[in-house]
Design a protein around this ligand. Sequence first.
Ligand code: UDP
Ligand code: MG
Length: 312
Amino acid sequence: MLSVIVPVYNEEENLEEFHRRLLEVCSLLKEEYEIIYVDDGSNDKSIEIIKNFVESNSHTLYISLYRNFGQHASVMAGFSQAQGNIIMTLDADLQNPPEEIPKFIEKSNSGFDVIAGRRINRKDSISRKILSNFMNKIISFMTGVKLHDYGCMMRLYSRPIIDQLLKFGEKSVYIPAFTTWLSKKTLEIDINHDKRQKGKTKYSLLKLMRQAFDLITAYTLVPIQLIGLFGFFLFLLGIFLFFYLMYFRIFVGSPSSLTSFIAILIFLSGSILFALGIISEYLVRLYKEVRKMPLYVIRESSFDLNDKRNSK
Ligand code: UDP
Ligand code: MG
């Protein structure tokens, strides 16, 4: 059985077309299927539209989150209820064409843990592509797996890897990184990428930066170790400067020491702040862990009603 998980945040303008195209593709599959929409606290009509889909199609289910928890948290909520032995995730804005789903299914019984879409002809802004490129490099480094496109959320997962992900209770919000790290065999397949049909991207630059930071501190100790190295380097530089200024004072006369001290001061305070920033990232992680903040909170869903599943 295939579970398709679709995170939705204010996509009222795209949903009708998305659902129609998705159903068309799914109805042609030999596979049993279920579609799980996860409404990520939308403030538009998305949830009403989704509820209509659920009413008119017995394969369609929904989860509605309490407020906006982010795309990856929504997908996790979907995973927690998915019944399929293969599970796909897909965006609702039609940037990942549902028509590509059969390509993934075709490859799914050849023993892959993860099948990742690679967006050829990617239709996003330049700045977005540059940032993605940067993120790809980081994730490659962290997971030791070289993929071309970690950011593509059109992916197929095997059941075991999703079970592990759920068991692990991963709090970090970047699913491709964890699953790629765990996966023994990952296959990348080329898929089309379209322009977002309607509405704007739900990711601001700030949101993307936060995601990058979260990701780095979730998977590596490199930043915190760099602090030590950086501190050591500054220490050596301090000794060197001390002797240099002494030399200047004795042999050349008073140098423009004010300028050099100001420079040093700025340099040092900058580096201290930088170090503190990184340390606080780790503290935030601990803080979240200690408080046991949930990754998401469900407001309502077709699952607690229990009727759909039981009637199947
Ligand atoms: N999304 C979500 N919660 C969020 C942001 C996005 O559920 O906080 C959904 C969104 O509705 C879409 C998918 O995640 O289905 C990808 O979002 P978007 O298209 O804005 O991202 P981009 O394509 O720019 O990477
Ligand atoms: Mg998009």
